[in-house]
Ligand binder design. Structure first.
Ligand code: ADP
Length: 294
């Protein structure tokens, strides 16, 4: 994880203090303190209704929080101007109304919004480079309506990237994907991490979070209850490791805090039958379910 104090004077990509949101009497965000450094790929993970979309919409400037402060790329998104918007990419829904446009046409059209204007440097991606980056080089002239679901989503990401944003928001980007399309999309995100674009993505899919995130924020009931890399979260004290083996007669399971010490003891008996030996660590799913139960 990048420490924002070591990245010079640039403000962090995102910083919130005491962020709260209520819809009427429904308190949806309960005081979120968050700092996301440049270049992080952060997944906001949580069950439905946890407040993920609300959080992202506040960070994008679509919603105003009830209390607390928000800074995105050094500005308050609620009243940041065009120059700020040009630095942020947002991927919402698919471009369902443009089925007859060709891929290149859509990207040229969107890139046209990033024309130079006074006081700002606009530098939309050259279309062919962008198409190559998202793996659509062969589809430049394909009508959008003919793209497969996975390729369509690549185009959505391309449209979020066209203005070369410093920060990209992806809201549930793989909802409705088949496994292959999902895997392709994860590969795409991995390749984007070289671009130094900070990414904040929401999902309720644990596998997905684990695959793409450099950092996971676990949001439950309007509060962040865990924050760290997938490995760090797995190692958190939400449960023990399990040593499993077959002793010739039955399958045994031994929960332990110290599997190495337990195995040293287990393996000292040369006569013992030990087959199918396995040490099972917490999966992120175990951590997630235990954290949500709490
Ligand atoms: P998530 O994205 O994690 O599923 P949301 O941010 O969409 O969570 O919703 C969090 C809570 O806020 C839910 O209880 C939802 O019903 C409520 N909520 C979301 N949007 C609105 C709205 N526009 N008006 C009233 N309540 C809302």
């Amino acid at each position: 994880m990048i420490d924002s104090t070591t990245t010079g004077n640039a403000p962090p990509a995102i910083r919130t203090r005491g962020l709260q949101m209520s819809y009427g009497t429904n308190r949806v965000l309960r005081g979120i303190d968050l700092e996301i450094a440049r270049g992080e790929v952060v997944v906001l993970l949580g069950p439905n209704g946890a407040g993920k979309t609300t959080t992202v919409e506040i960070l994008e400037g679509f919603r105003h929080p009830s209390a607390g402060s928000v800074e995105v790329l050094g500005a308050d998104p609620a009243d940041a101007g065009h120059a700020w918007r040009a630095r942020v990419g947002i991927v919402l829904q698919s471009w369902r109304d443009h089925a007859k446009w060709r891929v290149r046409e859509l990207l040229e059209y969107l890139g046209g919004f990033y024309v130079p204007y006074s006081g700002a440097v606009a530098r939309p991606w050259p279309i062919d480079e962008l198409l190559a980056a998202v793996g659509l080089a062969d589809d430049a002239d394909t009508p959008i309506g003919k793209l497969s679901g996975g390729r369509r989503r690549r185009l959505d990401v391309a449209s979020g990237l066209i203005g070369r944003p410093e920060l990209l928001f992806l809201d549930e980007p793989t909802a409705g994907f088949d496994p292959q399309a999902r895997r392709d999309f994860h590969d795409l995100l991995a390749s984007l991490s070289d671009l130094e674009t900070t990414i904040l993505m929401t999902t309720h899919d644990l596998d997905e979070a684990e695959k793409v995130a450099s950092r996971i924020l676990l949001l439950v009931d309007g509060g962040i209850i865990a924050d760290g890399s997938p490995d760090t979260l797995r190692r958190q004290d939400f449960g023990k490791a399990e040593v499993r083996w077959f002793d010739g007669e039955q399958h045994l399971v031994h929960p332990t805090d110290d599997p190495v010490a337990f195995l040293r003891g287990l393996l000292t008996d040369p006569e013992a039958t030990i087959e199918e030996l396995e040490v099972r660590r917490n999966s992120l799913e175990d951590v997630y379910l235990k954290a949500v139960e709490r």
